[in-house]
Design a protein around this ligand. Structure first.
Ligand SMILES: NC(=O)c1ccc[n+]([C@@H]2O[C@H](COP(=O)([O-])OP(=O)(O)OC[C@H]3O[C@@H](n4cnc5c(N)ncnc54)[C@H](OP(=O)(O)O)[C@@H]3O)[C@@H](O)[C@H]2O)c1
Length: 419
């Protein structure tokens, strides 16, 4: 029933990045190239998706696919490629049909096929690719239906499984560890460095409600920008050596290649306090000197220590992938039903127009003379009766078709349950 859906794809699973690049439509003439591909192949609809770890052509056609479809596609989109490269790239591409194609797209959207399992970014990329292909008028009703269903299913999978739940990024993991130390929202936080990593860390801090944060950076303007974005305080890195207000947590992440937080500086930052502090160091190499971590009592969070949690979280996501696969198998039946119903709707779409035309012909042509001789009340009654008949006549075939579809659906369910 889903025979018209197909996918031709090349992913990180089957090819190195440089091979992947051969299947990408060149940027200069993307629309014309895709239009040409669609027309030459006789595809009714086409959706093109290119991300850093996959190139995917989703297409709809009831015609059988040629055995060398991958080669033909590559020759059309990249005529400059040598035959050797075409053959090598095509041999790594996968061509999927019907159920397998729909299943694959659902798996891609649920990030089960991603380099990092559970990375939600793919949903945004898929949506964007669809919007783009639709705006280029490459897609139609079949892919519209498939895409809506795909996004809905992916969301369901993220909600009902833990596939994207446990953190994998260094920043998220470090923040998670810091949160285990149960700092109060008014805790005094020192953020050293205002680069990309700390900017990301800052977002987690803001979301968790930390208000008392001082940002230090070598370039003062960058400290100011980051601090202003969260209504915190900014100071230049030079002022760290004179800072005397004490702190509860120190978060350090800069590109400095030698330690910034020496034992002497740390002693100064303690401002006479002796309690255990939380220190986060995400820099490579470490910005907190080893002696500092050895001499002072602290909960020290650094990249090496996060690896263990990262691999446990990855294992958890992998395990959740199986649950997601089960959900997809169930959802495929729902898509078949939805697609079938839509085909019925489309096949019957002309009926209301035709019934209305019959009614109009009766009034104006077949019984035109007799109708004109009736008095206004009689004309009104005839029009109301015909209007009633029109509505009922339109509903009859739609109801009958839905009953047939329902019988088919129940029969298919019985077969699948007894299998
Ligand atoms: N393990 C991981 O997954 C991971 C991920 C991300 C980052 N990191 C590490 O985190 C550190 C920062 O990365 P980033 O992406 O945030 O870099 P970034 O965006 O380039 O920012 C670098 C930051 O470090 C400061 N900086 C550079 N050299 C310095 C020096 N000699 N002394 C004092 N400050 C200096 C810069 O200050 P200015 O504004 O004055 O230039 C800026 O605030 C690097 O060590 C990186 O390897 C690790």
């Amino acid at each position: 029933m889903l025979d018209g859906f197909h996918i031709l794809t090349l992913t990180h699973r089957d090819a190195a990045l440089e091979t992947l690049a051969h299947a990408i439509v060149p940027g200069e003439n993307t629309v014309a190239t895709l239009e040409n591909l669609k027309a030459s192949m006789g595809w009714e609809e086409l959706l093109y998706l290119a991300t850093c770890n996959r190139v995917t052509y989703v297409f709809y056609t009831q015609e059988p696919s040629a055995a060398d479809l991958a080669e033909q596609t590559l020759r059309l989109i990249r005529p400059e490629l040598s035959e050797e490269i075409v053959q090598e790239t095509a041999s790594r591409m996968r061509l999927l049909h019907g159920n397998d194609a729909v299943t694959h797209l659902l798996e891609v959207a649920a990030s089960m096929d991603s380099l990092v399992v559970g990375e939600r970014e793919i949903i945004r990329q898929l949506r964007q690719a669809y919007d783009q292909s639709r705006d280029w008028q490459l897609t139609g009703d079949h892919l519209r239906l498939l895409m809506a269903f795909t996004i809905e299913t992916a969301k369901e999978i993220y909600t009902h499984t833990g596939i994207g739940r446990k953190a994998l990024s260094v920043v998220a993991l470090a923040f998670g560890e810091m949160q285990k130390k149960q700092l109060q929202p008014q805790a005094r936080l020192l953020l050293v460095g205002a680069g990309e990593t700390n900017a990301l860390f800052a977002k987690f801090l803001e979301k968790a409600g930390y208000r008392n944060v001082t940002v230090f950076n070598r370039t003062y303007e960058k400290a100011l920008n980051l601090a202003n974005a969260h209504q915190w305080r900014a100071l230049s890195l030079d002022e760290l050596a004179f800072y005397s207000e004490g702190f509860d947590a120190l978060i350090v992440c800069t590109g400095a290649t030698s330690a910034i937080i020496t034992p002497e500086l740390y002693q100064q930052l303690l401002a006479g306090e002796t309690g255990k502090k939380v220190v986060v160091d995400l820099s490579i190499p470490h910005n907190v000197a080893r002696e500092t971590t050895q001499v002072f009592p602290m909960d020290y969070i650094e990249i090496e220590g996060l690896k263990e949690t990262a691999s446990q979280n990855l294992a958890y996501r992998e395990q959740e992938r199986e649950k997601a696969a089960g959900l997809i198998q169930e959802r495929i039946y729902a898509f078949r039903d939805r697609w079938h119903e839509r085909q019925i709707e489309r096949a019957l779409a002309h009926i209301p127009e035709e019934v209305k035309a019959v009614k109009d012909r009766a009034i104006h042509e077949v019984y035109g003379k007799e109708f004109a001789q009736l008095d206004p009340q009689a004309q009104d009654l005839v029009l109301r009766m015909l209007g009633y008949m029109e509505k009922k006549c339109v509903a009859i075939p739609i109801k009958a078709a839905k009953e047939v579809a329902l019988r088919g659906k129940n029969q298919a369910k019985r077969v699948s349950l007894s299998a």
